[in-house]
Design a protein around this ligand. Structure first.
Ligand code: DAH
Length: 357
C-alpha cells in the first residue's frame, strides 16, 4: 500500500517536471544514495526471509519503473529544448543581406572598379601582367631605344643582375602589358590594364609604388578620332558630369606617334575643385596612336593594323575626384583615414546605378 502511494507520487512529480534540473532533483530524492527508494532497499536486510520474498521484487520493480519514467521524461524535455533552440536559431537564407558591412573599400580600389565599369560598358576587357618585368617588355618592345634618356626618365628600380647579365625591373608603367597582350592575342583588341607601377620618387604627389590603368585598342581602322571620343566619354563618366572641356596637347612618348596628353578644364570654387568647366587646364592622361615600331615588335603588320593607347595615374584620379590632398596617406594604412575616405563595400560601382554612391 505504502509503496503504491510512493510510486503514484513519484510518477506524478516526474510527469509534471518542466525542466531537466527539476527532474534531476526528483531522481536524487528517489534513487540517490539517500533517496527514499534507496533507503527502503537498506531495510531489506533487516526483514524476515519471508517478507523479503515479496518486498524485494516489489522494491526492485519500483526502482526500475521510476528510473524508466525519469529517462522517458528526460528524453521528452531534451527534445523540447532542442526544438525551442532550433526555432530561435533559424536562418532564413532567402532574406537579403543586412547592410552592415565592416571595413571600407580603399579609394584606389574604388577608382579601379569605377574605371573598369566605364570601359566595360564600351566593350573593353581587363588584362593583367607581372610587377617584375624584363627590359624587353618594359622598354625595348615599347620602342625605347637602348641607352636612350627616356629609360632614365622613369627613375627605374633595377633588380640585381642575373647570371646572364640581364637585369629585371619593377615595371615603371603598365604599358608592358600592352606588349604581352598583343603577343598573346589576335586583334581586334580592346583592353584596359590596371596595376601597380614603381618609380624611385617620393613627395606629396609621388610614391615609389603607385597605380596606373593602361588602355589599348587595336583594329584595322581605329584612328585618333576614336581615341578622342573614347577618352572624352571616359572623363565625363568618371567625373560624373554631363559635359567636360578637354584639350589634347601634342607630347612625346616613345611607344605612340602621334602622342598627346589630355587636359581637362577645371575651376576652383571656394576650396572645391570642379572638373569639367573653368579656365584652368589640368593634365590627366597620356595617349597616342600605337607606334608602327611597337606593332612590328609584337609581330603585327602596321600596314594592316593600327590603334591607340593611353595611360593614366589612378591615385591621382582618386585624389582629384575625391578631394584627397596627400598621396602618401593612401599607403599609410591608417584605419581612421580609410574610415573617412573609404567606400561602402556593398556599393558596386556601375554606370547604370551610379559610380560613387
Ligand atoms: N606609360 C606612360 C607613363 O607611364 C603613360 C602612357 C602614355 C601610356 C601614353 C600609354 C600612352 O599607353 O599611349 O607615363
Amino acid at each position: 500500500m505504502e509503496l503504491d502511494q510512493l510510486e503514484q507520487d513519484l510518477t506524478e512529480k516526474i510527469s509534471s517536471a518542466g525542466a531537466e534540473s527539476a527532474l534531476e532533483e526528483i531522481r536524487v530524492a528517489a534513487l540517490g544514495k539517500k533517496g527514499v527508494i534507496s533507503e527502503k532497499m537498506k531495510v531489506l536486510g533487516k526483514v524476515t526471509p519471508e517478507e523479503r520474498k515479496t518486498l524485494g521484487p516489489a522494491l526492485n520493480g519500483l526502482k526500475t519503473r521510476i528510473a524508466d519514467a525519469i529517462s522517458a521524461r528526460k528524453a521528452i524535455l531534451e527534445e523540447a529544448a532542442l526544438d525551442a533552440r532550433l526555432a530561435t536559431e533559424k536562418v532564413d537564407v532567402t532574406l537579403p543581406v543586412r547592410p552592415e558591412p565592416k571595413g571600407k573599400i580603399h579609394p584606389v580600389t574604388q577608382v579601379f572598379e569605377e574605371v573598369a565599369a566605364i570601359f566595360a560598358d564600351m566593350g573593353f576587357e581587363i588584362r593583367e601582367g607581372p610587377d617584375i618585368e624584363d627590359d624587353f617588355h618594359n622598354f625595348t618592345a615599347l620602342n625605347f631605344p637602348p641607352d636612350h634618356p627616356a629609360r632614365e626618365m622613369h627613375d627605374t628600380f633595377f633588380m640585381n643582375e642575373k647570371g646572364n647579365g640581364e637585369r629585371m625591373v619593377l615595371r615603371t608603367h603598365t604599358s608592358p602589358v600592352q606588349i604581352r597582350t598583343m603577343m598573346n592575342e589576335q586583334p581586334p583588341l580592346r583592353v584596359i590594364i590596371p596595376g601597380r607601377t614603381f618609380r624611385c620618387d617620393s613627395d606629396q604627389t609621388h610614391t615609389p609604388m603607385f597605380h596606373q590603368v593602361e588602355g589599348l585598342v587595336i583594329d584595322k581602322e581605329t584612328h585618333m578620332g576614336h581615341l578622342k571620343g573614347t577618352l572624352t566619354e571616359f572623363v565625363k563618366a568618371f567625373f560624373e558630369v554631363d559635359s567636360v572641356k578637354t584639350r589634347f596637347r601634342p607630347h612625346f612618348f616613345p611607344f605612340t606617334e602621334p602622342s598627346a596628353e589630355m587636359d581637362v578644364g577645371y575651376e576652383r570654387v571656394g576650396g572645391e575643385l570642379r572638373i569639367g568647366q573653368g579656365d584652368d587646364w589640368m593634365e590627366i592622361l597620356g595617349s597616342g596612336m600605337v607606334h608602327p615600331n611597337v606593332l612590328r615588335n609584337v609581330g603585327l603588320d602596321p600596314d594592316e593594323y593600327q590603334g591607340f593607347a593611353f595611360g593614366m595615374g589612378v591615385d591621382r584620379l582618386a585624389m582629384l575626384k575625391y578631394g584627397i590632398p596627400d598621396l602618401r596617406d593612401f599607403f599609410a594604412a591608417d584605419a581612421r583615414w580609410l574610415e573617412h575616405y573609404g567606400f561602402d563595400p556593398l556599393d558596386q560601382p556601375s554606370t547604370a546605378t551610379g559610380l560613387s554612391r
